[in-house]
Design a protein around this ligand. Structure first.
Ligand SMILES: N[C@@H](CCC(=O)N[C@@H](CS)C(=O)NCC(=O)O)C(=O)O
Length: 245
């Protein structure tokens, strides 16, 4: 059994989706970030960064005492290794996979996440767009996010999936960050056809839907329109019939 500590955030979605894709048994514990539950001493003991997501695996491969892992990229790699799934075999396939997996973790996820966190949720980063500084910074983050989505679209023009020819952990890592696209400067996927195709494919996966639903219990305290944008509610109405397989 795995204890999973998370909230309705892009990094937590990565972990929920990975657990569901891999069919692992877990218990979800929602830590309300707005109420500061991530800073409680028992959580700080699991993650000195006082953030989510975190997992505690009580039945690790090879036995022994429980293993605690934080950092979404590290957690999902741990889970993939535990099950020997979602990472390709073969030197070339793995090299391609690692390249794109770490681009998602270190570049795409950061560029889009900063854009969302900076201007839509975290009061520490809520800048005054009326000032020159606020406007310039807002534009900087939004442009970086839009550019990252275009790079992902270009990648998906050459391969069906982010990490290569097969569905992999790179897709799991990416979809969590892509869902709140309306908060990340992407009003429409019309100019991003490859990303649109992949996005619809991912959203139709049952494990993705289950992972996204974790902790969405109506108690987030977020404004309803913000929460709807966070989950990109109504994405189906944008989907073009027959595009995603
Ligand atoms: N690089 C970390 C980022 C974790 C992170 O920033 N978590 C945020 C939510 S997405 C959090 O817990 N914030 C609470 C806080 O900073 O107080 C990961 O990928 O897990």
């Amino acid at each position: 059994m795995i204890d999973f500590y998370g909230f309705i955030t892009t990094m937590s979605w990565r972990v929920g989706i990975a657990l569901e894709e891999l069919g692992l048994a877990y218990r979800f514990h929602s830590l309300h970030l707005g109420r500061g539950e991530q800073r409680a001493p028992e959580h700080a003991a699991r993650n000195p960064m006082q953030k989510v997501p975190v997992i505690v695996d009580h039945a690790p491969k090879g036995g022994g005492t429980g293993i605690t892992v934080f950092e979404s990229g590290g957690i999902i790699l741990y889970l993939a290794e535990k099950t020997d799934r979602l990472i390709p075999t073969g030197t070339r396939e793995r090299a391609e996979f690692w390249t794109w997996f770490f681009w998602i973790i270190a570049s795409y996820g950061q560029d889009v996440g900063l854009c969302g966190a900076a201007f839509h949720r975290d009061p520490r980063y809520r800048l005054d767009k009326q000032t020159d500084y606020g406007r310039t910074t807002y534009e900087f983050f939004t442009e970086a996010s839009i550019a990252a989505h275009h790079k992902l679209d270009a990648r998906l023009a050459e391969r069906e999936y982010v990490g290569g020819r097969e569905f992999s952990l790179a897709d799991v890592a990416a979809i969590g960050s892509t869902v709140p696209l309306r908060l990340h400067g992407i009003e429409s996927l019309d100019g991003l056809p490859n990303l649109a195709r992949w996005y619809e494919q991912m959203r139709k996966r049952p494990a993705v839907a289950k992972g996204l639903a974790l902790g969405r219990d109506g108690r987030s305290g977020l404004p309803a329109d913000y929460e709807a944008a966070l989950f990109d509610d109504g994405w189906e109405t944008r989907a073009k019939p027959g595009r995603a397989s």
